[in-house]
Design a protein around this ligand. Structure first.
Ligand code: ADP
Ligand code: MG
Length: 530
């Protein structure tokens, strides 16, 4: 079925041509005139920060969404797929992050689903299994007839993904789209995947590769398209774009305009920072996400946690706060070790986390401001006595005032508040517990400018009161101006720590883009970034 090696279209010939595609959702212009051309036998990186429009573009290409405007042409004929199955029949296969196969069916059946070899009308299991072994071995999987007969779910995640890829390619694919294919793979499996991708390339297939991992992009991709806020901001050969430029395009910061030691009126100034850390995390491990992160936070200090998407920032915070299982490492609060690694234990020790998605993980929209604030404190208050409504009212009033929460009153439904005020309500909920350490994951995302400045000021004040703060932010400016020092993560490890006169956008961007700590240091020594 598949074309023999070398018999495909000439290398570089345009296989898929997306032109001026637009797509809006209520209130969001997700794609604004996006063009993208995929060449035969070329691996094309699609990069951009969260919300840039990558997934929407893929969905338009693969028939999940219809574009509002623009065209998609596949090898010279305009296409408008009614659904993903039609797109797949035309030769566009998508491998999603989540593997959409049937876990209970056999490996071989999954591989050939819908195209099983038949004899006298029934599936010829023996032939199917034999073919499956041949195909999967060809993709570097060590399987035999008994393995392919087993349910798919008995394979490891990487092997399952390889089955998904092999399946996609069997269907005469001309274009293969991979949306973050390596996010759950082991290192060894990534190497196998890259061999497969090279084989696809040799067969003249166009591959679209979405990933945030710079090392991977530079290993496997030929071309690159960078998206930001629904538009393409750059497209060209990847080898002609250095890492720093790539990162600056993704983040929308021009290196030439980047501030060096740009101290502004808002720069963090928390006064006294104590010597002894209030929080000490050592060698934290979370499977696939965090590989040996260590960090300290001292009372009165705001430690920024920087990194590109997927670098393990949120997972690090969750591993500290017990919101995610730790596979290794230790957390100490004020000198005593958290042994159980549960959220309850962390809260009792004084560590609280404000998660990234306040709608999904925090705010209870149907309850009042008062109820939302009192939620975490209730068990605590009732341990020291009974929770008198009066006591509760006092505490709520105090924090509404202290955090300058704008609401008609404590009984207003929290869902009626602005995003910024909802965020403050969440903050109040945790501050009722008098924490020692505050972990804030994107505390100002999605709130308006005025409220943002308010929340930033508040963080500053809380540190001034002696709290240790961990601040995760994708905004370079917020991170630099709000932190006393910034720990930079890349692919689950600490690559750099910036403080003093290294704490500026130029150094931070170098760290985000760095290949290795050594290379980064060299670059900043040379000061060749101006
Ligand atoms: P990326 O994959 O680059 O992170 P997406 O394509 O998922 O970006 O999202 C682009 C923008 O479109 C975001 O602002 C997102 O919130 C919005 N968006 C995506 N899909 C939908 C949808 N089905 N309904 C409403 N808004 C959406
Ligand atoms: Mg996406």
């Amino acid at each position: 079925m598949s074309e023999g090696e070398g018999s495909g279209p000439p290398e570089g010939a345009v296989v898929l041509d997306v032109s001026e595609v637009s797509k809006s959702f209520p209130g969001v212009h997700a794609l604004r005139g996006v063009s993208l051309r995929l060449g035969a036998g070329r691996v094309h990186a699609l990069v951009g920060e969260n919300g840039a429009g990558k997934s929407t573009l893929i969905k338009v290409m693969t028939g999940v969404y219809r574009p509002d405007g623009g065209t998609v042409r596949l090898a010279d004929s305009e296409v408008g797929f009614a659904d993903p199955i039609e797109a797949q029949r035309a030769g566009i296969s998508t491998i999603y992050q989540e593997i959409n196969l049937v876990p209970l069916m056999s490996v071989a059946r999954n591989l050939f689903l819908g195209r099983e070899p038949r004899r006298f009308g029934v599936v010829d299991v023996r032939t199917m299994n034999r073919d499956a072994v041949t195909v999967l071995r060809d993709y570097g999987l060590d399987v035999d007839a008994s393995v392919v007969a087993r349910p798919l779910r008995t394979l490891g995640l990487g092997a399952q993904q390889m089955v998904a890829i092999a399946r996609a390619i069997q269907i005469d694919a001309r274009v293969v789209v991979m949306d973050e294919p390596t996010s759950s793979l082991e290192r060894r499996e990534v190497i196998t995947l890259f061999e497969v991708i090279r084989r696809l390339r040799a067969r003249g297939i166009a591959v679209l590769y979405v990933s945030h991992r710079l090392d991977e992009l530079y290993t496997i991709c030929d071309d690159v398209t960078v998206m930001r806020d629904g538009s393409v901001v750059h497209t060209g050969k990847l080898a002609e774009l250095d890492r720093l430029k790539l990162v600056s395009l993704m983040l929308g910061r021009d290196m030439a305009q980047v501030k060096r030691n740009g101290v502004t009126a808002f720069a963090a100034d928390h006064g006294e920072i104590a010597e002894k850390p209030v929080l000490r995390a050592e060698d934290l491990q979370v499977r696939h996400r965090v590989h040996g992160v260590s960090l300290d936070i001292r009372p009165g200090e705001v430690v920024g946690l920087g990194g590109l998407l997927g670098s393990g920032r949120s997972e690090t915070a969750k591993a500290i706060a017990g919101g995610m299982k730790r596979d290794g490492g230790t957390v100490e609060v004020a000198g005593s070790r958290l042994r159980r690694a549960t959220a309850g234990e962390a809260v009792r020790a004084g560590v609280v986390l404000l998660p990234e998605d306040r709608k999904a993980e925090g705010i209870i929209p149907s309850l009042s401001v008062r109820q939302n604030i009192a939620l975490a404190a209730l068990p605590r208050l009732s341990r020291i006595g009974l929770v008198s409504r009066r006591k509760q009212d006092e505490i709520v009033a105090y924090f509404m005032d202290r955090l300058r929460i704008k609401a008609a009153g404590p009984e207003q439904k929290v869902s009626e508040l602005s995003g910024g005020n909802q965020q403050k309500v969440l903050l109040a909920r945790w501050l009722c517990l008098h924490p020692k350490v505050l972990l804030l994951d994107e505390p100002t995302r999605g709130i308006d400018v005025g409220a943002k400045a308010e929340v930033q000021k508040l963080i500053d004040e809380l540190a001034g009161d002696g709290l240790g703060v961990l601040l995760i932010s994708s905004e370079l400016e917020e991170l630099i101006e709000g932190s006393d020092r910034v720990v930079v993560l890349r692919e689950g490890t600490v690559v750099s720590e910036l403080d003093g006169d290294q704490l500026d956008e130029a150094h931070l961007m170098h760290a985000l883009a760095s290949e290795s700590v050594a290379a980064e240091a060299e670059n900043s020594e040379a000061g060749d970034d101006r």
